[in-house]
Write a protein that binds this ligand. Sequence first.
Ligand SMILES: [Zn+2]
Length: 212
Amino acid sequence: MPDSDILLRCPHCGAYAWALTLFTDNIFSAARWSDGKPDASMLPEENGITRCYECHTFYWLKDALNFGEIIFPMSEYIFPEPSGKEPYTEDLDIPSLVEAIEQGLGNTVDRKKHLRIRLWWALNDLIRQREQVDAFLHHKDLFSTNLQALDILLRASHEPEDRLMRAEIARETGEFDHCLELLVEIPEKFQRISDQLKVFVQKKSQVVQELY
Ligand SMILES: [Zn+2]
Protein backbone atom coordinates (compact mmCIF):
# COMPACT_ATOMS: atom_id res chain seq x y z
CA MET A 1 0.00 0.00 0.00
CA PRO A 2 1.25 3.55 -0.64
CA ASP A 3 2.58 4.99 2.61
CA SER A 4 0.13 7.90 2.44
CA ASP A 5 -2.84 5.59 2.87
CA ILE A 6 -4.51 5.47 6.22
CA LEU A 7 -5.31 2.67 8.58
CA LEU A 8 -8.79 2.84 10.06
CA ARG A 9 -10.46 0.87 12.81
CA CYS A 10 -14.09 -0.08 12.73
CA PRO A 11 -15.80 1.96 15.49
CA HIS A 12 -17.91 -1.07 16.37
CA CYS A 13 -15.52 -4.02 16.56
CA GLY A 14 -12.06 -2.49 16.11
CA ALA A 15 -11.16 -4.40 12.92
CA TYR A 16 -8.48 -2.61 10.89
CA ALA A 17 -8.95 -1.58 7.28
CA TRP A 18 -6.97 0.58 4.89
CA ALA A 19 -8.44 3.65 3.22
CA LEU A 20 -7.14 5.53 0.21
CA THR A 21 -6.41 9.14 0.99
CA LEU A 22 -7.50 10.45 -2.41
CA PHE A 23 -10.36 12.83 -2.24
CA THR A 24 -11.70 15.97 -3.84
CA ASP A 25 -13.90 18.63 -2.29
CA ASN A 26 -15.56 19.77 -5.44
CA ILE A 27 -17.31 16.96 -7.25
CA PHE A 28 -17.84 18.78 -10.53
CA SER A 29 -14.25 19.99 -10.85
CA ALA A 30 -13.29 16.39 -11.58
CA ALA A 31 -16.53 15.23 -13.22
CA ARG A 32 -16.17 12.83 -16.08
CA TRP A 33 -19.86 12.03 -16.24
CA SER A 34 -22.95 14.23 -16.41
CA ASP A 35 -24.11 13.04 -12.95
CA GLY A 36 -20.88 14.41 -11.46
CA LYS A 37 -19.12 11.08 -11.07
CA PRO A 38 -15.37 11.52 -11.49
CA ASP A 39 -12.87 8.99 -12.79
CA ALA A 40 -12.54 6.05 -10.43
CA SER A 41 -9.12 7.24 -9.33
CA MET A 42 -10.59 10.57 -8.23
CA LEU A 43 -13.41 9.26 -6.09
CA PRO A 44 -13.76 11.19 -2.85
CA GLU A 45 -12.79 8.87 -0.05
CA GLU A 46 -12.38 10.85 3.13
CA ASN A 47 -16.10 11.55 3.51
CA GLY A 48 -17.04 8.07 2.46
CA ILE A 49 -18.90 5.24 4.11
CA THR A 50 -18.04 1.58 4.19
CA ARG A 51 -19.15 -1.67 5.75
CA CYS A 52 -16.86 -3.52 8.14
CA TYR A 53 -15.69 -6.82 6.63
CA GLU A 54 -15.55 -8.29 10.12
CA CYS A 55 -18.80 -7.28 11.89
CA HIS A 56 -20.69 -6.05 8.75
CA THR A 57 -21.71 -2.79 10.44
CA PHE A 58 -21.72 0.40 8.36
CA TYR A 59 -19.42 3.21 9.41
CA TRP A 60 -18.32 6.58 8.10
CA LEU A 61 -14.59 6.69 7.48
CA LYS A 62 -14.32 9.89 9.50
CA ASP A 63 -15.86 8.13 12.49
CA ALA A 64 -13.35 5.30 12.33
CA LEU A 65 -10.72 5.33 15.01
CA ASN A 66 -7.26 6.56 14.03
CA PHE A 67 -8.50 8.47 11.03
CA GLY A 68 -5.91 10.98 9.90
CA GLU A 69 -3.15 9.08 11.62
CA ILE A 70 -0.53 7.74 9.27
CA ILE A 71 0.83 4.61 10.84
CA PHE A 72 4.21 4.31 9.11
CA PRO A 73 6.66 3.44 10.42
CA MET A 74 4.89 0.43 11.87
CA SER A 75 7.20 0.27 14.86
CA GLU A 76 5.59 3.42 16.25
CA TYR A 77 2.28 1.65 16.43
CA ILE A 78 1.10 0.47 19.81
CA PHE A 79 -1.16 -2.44 20.70
CA PRO A 80 -2.86 -4.16 18.98
CA GLU A 81 -0.38 -4.11 16.16
CA PRO A 82 -1.92 -4.36 12.71
CA SER A 83 -0.39 -6.78 10.24
CA GLY A 84 -0.39 -4.33 7.34
CA LYS A 85 -2.30 -6.89 5.29
CA GLU A 86 -5.75 -5.66 6.24
CA PRO A 87 -8.19 -5.19 3.36
CA TYR A 88 -9.00 -1.80 1.85
CA THR A 89 -12.38 -0.31 2.60
CA GLU A 90 -14.88 -0.97 -0.14
CA ASP A 91 -17.53 1.26 -1.64
CA LEU A 92 -21.08 0.16 -0.90
CA ASP A 93 -23.09 -1.54 -3.63
CA ILE A 94 -26.73 -0.73 -4.45
CA PRO A 95 -28.40 -2.97 -1.81
CA SER A 96 -25.94 -1.82 0.86
CA LEU A 97 -26.55 1.85 0.07
CA VAL A 98 -30.31 1.30 0.33
CA GLU A 99 -29.79 -0.50 3.63
CA ALA A 100 -27.53 2.27 4.98
CA ILE A 101 -30.17 4.90 4.09
CA GLU A 102 -32.90 2.79 5.74
CA GLN A 103 -30.75 2.32 8.85
CA GLY A 104 -30.44 6.11 9.19
CA LEU A 105 -26.71 6.39 8.50
CA GLY A 106 -27.50 9.76 6.93
CA ASN A 107 -27.34 11.56 10.28
CA THR A 108 -26.41 14.95 8.77
CA VAL A 109 -27.56 16.71 5.60
CA ASP A 110 -24.16 16.15 3.99
CA ARG A 111 -24.23 12.46 4.81
CA LYS A 112 -27.79 12.14 3.52
CA LYS A 113 -26.61 13.77 0.29
CA HIS A 114 -23.54 11.55 0.11
CA LEU A 115 -25.63 8.37 0.39
CA ARG A 116 -28.18 9.54 -2.19
CA ILE A 117 -25.49 10.66 -4.66
CA ARG A 118 -23.62 7.37 -4.27
CA LEU A 119 -26.84 5.44 -4.84
CA TRP A 120 -27.51 7.53 -7.97
CA TRP A 121 -23.99 6.87 -9.26
CA ALA A 122 -24.25 3.16 -8.46
CA LEU A 123 -27.51 2.91 -10.41
CA ASN A 124 -26.07 4.90 -13.31
CA ASP A 125 -23.05 2.57 -13.27
CA LEU A 126 -25.44 0.00 -14.73
CA ILE A 127 -25.76 2.26 -17.78
CA ARG A 128 -22.07 3.13 -17.82
CA GLN A 129 -21.45 -0.62 -18.07
CA ARG A 130 -23.64 -0.88 -21.11
CA GLU A 131 -24.57 -4.55 -20.89
CA GLN A 132 -26.52 -3.90 -17.65
CA VAL A 133 -29.31 -1.71 -19.01
CA ASP A 134 -31.92 -4.35 -18.08
CA ALA A 135 -30.71 -4.24 -14.48
CA PHE A 136 -31.03 -0.46 -14.59
CA LEU A 137 -34.63 -0.68 -15.80
CA HIS A 138 -35.34 -3.17 -13.03
CA HIS A 139 -34.38 -0.42 -10.52
CA LYS A 140 -36.51 2.29 -12.14
CA ASP A 141 -38.65 3.01 -9.06
CA LEU A 142 -35.66 3.16 -6.76
CA PHE A 143 -33.92 5.46 -9.27
CA SER A 144 -36.75 7.99 -9.25
CA THR A 145 -37.54 7.93 -5.52
CA ASN A 146 -33.83 8.38 -4.78
CA LEU A 147 -33.56 11.35 -7.14
CA GLN A 148 -36.71 12.95 -5.68
CA ALA A 149 -35.21 12.70 -2.20
CA LEU A 150 -31.84 14.02 -3.39
CA ASP A 151 -33.47 16.95 -5.17
CA ILE A 152 -35.22 17.95 -1.94
CA LEU A 153 -31.89 17.88 -0.10
CA LEU A 154 -30.17 19.95 -2.81
CA ARG A 155 -32.98 22.51 -3.03
CA ALA A 156 -31.94 24.09 0.26
CA SER A 157 -28.45 24.80 -1.06
CA HIS A 158 -27.28 27.87 -2.95
CA GLU A 159 -24.07 26.24 -4.23
CA PRO A 160 -23.82 26.25 -8.04
CA GLU A 161 -22.60 22.62 -7.98
CA ASP A 162 -25.85 21.62 -6.29
CA ARG A 163 -27.88 23.58 -8.85
CA LEU A 164 -25.99 21.81 -11.62
CA MET A 165 -26.76 18.49 -9.98
CA ARG A 166 -30.44 19.40 -9.78
CA ALA A 167 -30.40 20.26 -13.48
CA GLU A 168 -28.97 16.82 -14.23
CA ILE A 169 -31.59 15.19 -11.99
CA ALA A 170 -34.30 17.05 -13.94
CA ARG A 171 -32.80 15.86 -17.24
CA GLU A 172 -32.49 12.25 -16.09
CA THR A 173 -36.12 12.26 -14.95
CA GLY A 174 -37.32 13.72 -18.25
CA GLU A 175 -38.11 17.22 -16.97
CA PHE A 176 -36.22 18.93 -19.76
CA ASP A 177 -37.73 22.42 -19.36
CA HIS A 178 -36.96 22.40 -15.65
CA CYS A 179 -33.39 21.33 -16.45
CA LEU A 180 -32.94 24.35 -18.74
CA GLU A 181 -34.42 26.69 -16.11
CA LEU A 182 -31.91 25.47 -13.56
CA LEU A 183 -29.03 25.99 -15.98
CA VAL A 184 -29.77 29.72 -16.25
CA GLU A 185 -27.25 31.63 -14.11
CA ILE A 186 -24.72 28.83 -13.86
CA PRO A 187 -21.33 30.45 -13.20
CA GLU A 188 -18.67 30.61 -15.91
CA LYS A 189 -16.51 27.82 -14.47
CA PHE A 190 -19.34 25.31 -15.01
CA GLN A 191 -20.22 26.60 -18.47
CA ARG A 192 -18.55 23.67 -20.21
CA ILE A 193 -20.71 21.14 -18.34
CA SER A 194 -23.83 23.30 -18.55
CA ASP A 195 -23.47 23.59 -22.36
CA GLN A 196 -23.19 19.82 -22.67
CA LEU A 197 -26.29 19.24 -20.54
CA LYS A 198 -28.19 21.59 -22.87
CA VAL A 199 -27.08 19.51 -25.88
CA PHE A 200 -28.29 16.32 -24.16
CA VAL A 201 -31.64 18.04 -23.52
CA GLN A 202 -31.89 19.01 -27.21
CA LYS A 203 -31.37 15.34 -28.05
CA LYS A 204 -34.06 14.42 -25.50
CA SER A 205 -31.55 12.16 -23.81
CA GLN A 206 -32.45 11.07 -20.29
CA VAL A 207 -29.50 8.82 -19.50
CA VAL A 208 -26.16 9.58 -17.91
CA GLN A 209 -23.60 10.73 -20.47
CA GLU A 210 -19.85 10.92 -20.60
CA LEU A 211 -18.56 14.51 -20.66
CA TYR A 212 -15.85 15.73 -23.00
ZN1 LIG B 1 -16.47 -4.03 12.65
